[in-house]
Design a protein around this ligand. Structure first.
Ligand SMILES: Cc1cc2nc3c(=O)[nH]c(=O)nc-3n(C[C@H](O)[C@H](O)[C@H](O)COP(=O)(O)OP(=O)(O)OC[C@H]3O[C@@H](n4cnc5c(N)ncnc54)[C@H](O)[C@@H]3O)c2cc1C
Ligand code: FES
Length: 252
């Protein structure tokens, strides 16, 4: 883990309220596991706390994140021009660990796609993606993904299955019977709860990336804890013990 000076090389709209930020780091992040994240300094002197973002892409000294503008930090980030300096702390947290010989099913909800995209690239054509979006525009986030079979759902019914992505997965899950499936997911907590209910009868292995508000991102402040089923030490730090957990360890 490093705190690295960087300069913005691109900060462009992808679709809807989503943007892609690329930065040139003074030195490489080093080895990155899919699902790990960085704490980004927001280039605005009134914003003190850094913000966590999944590592969307990392190659040499180039880091890419994809983000949705939701509040003052991401709004300030969206206004940052090329050449702006910022600090990048990372790579942080524990990422996904795909099991050998298993058949991966990846489930993403909305901006959760950013948290799972590096995993999809690593798994290549072995994975099937179930991508749930609010509407057609959000689905465009996955347009840069090649070689992965995608089942799409939209809540407004503008494309693919009309409804939520876990219902879509529920309709097709039988196709993976006997194939030793393993599920990886990133999305809102409601989606993770529905996923748990769907996978519970067969206890299909499932790793999920969870989101919590963070202050330090390094395990120091305990501001990001979530409840788990561990009886001796139930509260785990999302930034340190996560953000990826086994779905069966969480108290959702
Ligand atoms: C490990 C991790 C990885 C993430 N990866 C990405 C990513 O790749 N792309 C992306 O767009 N976002 C990602 N997020 C969420 C991102 O960090 C927040 O959207 C961002 O910090 C909001 O900052 P803000 O100042 O714009 O919003 P604020 O003004 O702080 O808040 C605006 C709204 O967003 C909600 N919010 C803020 N932070 C979070 C959070 N961490 N989780 C859930 N809700 C939150 C607030 O409750 C509020 O409703 C990630 C979060 C975590 C913990
Ligand atoms: S954000 Fe400080 S411990 Fe996780």
């Amino acid at each position: 883990m490093n705190d690295i000076p960087a300069k913005i090389t691109g900060n462009d709209r992808v679709t809807g309220g989503y943007r892609r930020l690329t930065v040139r780091l003074e030195r490489p992040l080093g080895r990155v596991s899919p699902g790990q994240f960085v704490m980004l300094e927001v280039p605005d002197r009134d914003i003190f706390l850094r913000r966590p973002f999944s590592i969307y892409g990392s190659r040499g000294r180039t880091l890419t994140i994809v983000y949705r503008v939701v509040g003052k930090g991401t709004d300030a980030l969206s206004a940052a021009a090329r050449g702006t300096s910022l600090m990048v702390l990372g790579p942080l947290g524990r990422g996904f660990a795909p099991g050998r010989g298993k058949t991966p099913i990846v489930v993403a909800g909305g901006i959760g796609y950013a948290g799972i995209r590096m995993l999809l690239r690593r798994l290549g054509g072995r994975a099937t993606l179930f991508f749930g979006a609010a509407g057609e525009e959000e689905l465009r986030l996955a347009e840069d993904l090649e070689g992965t079979k995608i089942f799409a759902s939209t809540m407004d019914g503008t494309r693919g299955f009309a409804g939520d992505v876990v219902s879509l997965l529920g309709q097709r899950l039988g196709e993976w019977r006997g194939k030793d499936p393993e599920v990886f997911a990133c999305g809102p907590s409601g989606m993770l709860k529905s996923l748990k209910a769907l996978l519970e009868p067969d206890r299909i292995p499932c790793q999920v990336s969870v989101e919590e508000r963070m202050a330090c991102g390094m395990g120091l402040c305990f501001g990001c804890v979530i409840a788990t089923r561990d009886e001796t030490n139930p509260y785990k730090r999302v930034c340190k013990e996560g953000p990826v957990f086994s779905l069966w360890d969480l108290s959702l």
